[in-house]
Design a protein around this ligand. Sequence first.
Ligand code: GTP
Ligand code: ZN
Length: 203
Amino acid sequence: MDAIVTSFPRIEDETGRPSQKEAEDAVRVLLRWAGDDPEREGLIDTPKRVAKAYRELFSGYDLAAEDVLGRTFEEVAGYDDMVLVKDIPFFSHCEHHMVPIIGKAHVAYLPNGRVLGLSKIARVVEIFGRRLQTQETMTAQIAKSIDETLNPRGVAVMIEAEHMCMAMRGIQKQGSTTLTTTFTGAFKIEPAEQVRFMTMIRS
Ligand SMILES: Nc1nc2c(ncn2[C@@H]2O[C@H](COP(=O)(O)OP(=O)(O)OP(=O)(O)O)[C@@H](O)[C@H]2O)c(=O)[nH]1
Ligand SMILES: [Zn+2]
């Protein structure tokens, strides 16, 4: 899984970003591109709102999964069976059209002595979701980051999502769901572990 990039150079200061004004001007251009008038009353503050919303929707670029996953603990009375957090809702944006991907992630691992705080798994989904994505990349990034930081016996990730670029435009197929999976370690080499993961997701 070497080719999977899970982190970006972090922007420690604002030099790597366009200014607020540049971002707002770009939104004004897109408003004109859509056919509207950025100077009409209802749209006057829209560029400012969109710039602010982008910082929230794409806040995953400012965060590193390793920071979140760094805190693990081992006092779990020898528990070594599957830990599964399922139905983690997320919003992302496809990197092709920059429109929403809406879905759920299911993330499991087989502990190797240490466990993660459960909320950290959902935080990792947020970090990768709040970037421009393909579903395949996001699935692989979640698995890789947990695999590398926790060093468990295996990681399984499944994402189910609807892509608005397929629903609202282009082929216009509403309601289709795309499923992607990544398995590492025991989940990859033992089909029975994959079956158990699937069964627990669907139970
Ligand atoms: N594999 C993959 N494809 C995606 C994802 N999100 C969007 N796409 C697809 O990316 C493709 C981009 O195809 P292009 O032919 O370059 O772009 P397009 O002309 O806008 O394609 P249409 O959507 O078919 O109109 C489309 O087929 C999208 O459905 C994703 O997460 N994974
Ligand atoms: Zn798209």
